[in-house]
Design a protein. Structure first.
Length: 155
């Protein structure tokens, strides 16, 4: 059967921008929770820094392994990276992007904005990670199967 049209078509950073914009719109029309700014802003910054740090660590690991970081061309992967940040999550770049969305929800101080990171995880899991993993399974065979059995998809 033919793959769904959205598989590997929308780059994950674009998905983040779309979701972040929707979260902002939601925050404008819904009630906010009463977290003091002195707590909310530093918490949001800390979470965002953690997310960016995880994503950068993944990019550095891919660069060190001389393999592609392109999320729309997983077939271009030349090696399976399983060390470093990839030892605790199979998708550190997507985890990092999700943490940035969590930070944005905290900053927006809107409970309904937390639907954004959930929507991101659901979308990325179905239309990005699942097709990537099919390609990695074909490309790296047993090595990828062992990796998948030992390391969680998210955390």
């Amino acid at each position: 059967k033919a793959p769904p049209m959205l598989e590997l078509k929308v780059p994950p950073p674009a998905v983040v921008v779309i979701v972040a914009a929707a979260m902002w719109g939601i925050s404008l029309v819904t009630a906010r929770f009463g977290m003091p700014e002195a707590v909310r802003v530093p918490a949001a910054i800390a979470i965002a820094i953690a997310g960016v740090g995880i994503a950068i660590a993944a990019i550095v690991a891919f660069r060190h392994a001389h393999t592609t970081i392109s999320p729309v061309k997983p077939e271009a992967a030349s090696s399976l990276v399983t060390s470093g940040v990839f030892g605790f999550t199979r998708n550190p770049m997507y985890l990092g992007l999700c943490l940035v969305l969590v930070a944005w929800a905290v900053f927006l101080s809107s409970a309904l904005a937390f639907a954004g990171p959930v929507a991101f995880v659901l979308y990325i899991s179905r239309f990005q990670i699942a097709p990537e993993e099919r390609v990695l399974a074909r490309t790296f065979g047993e090595s990828f199967s062992k990796y998948r059995a030992n390391v969680r998809r998210w955390i």
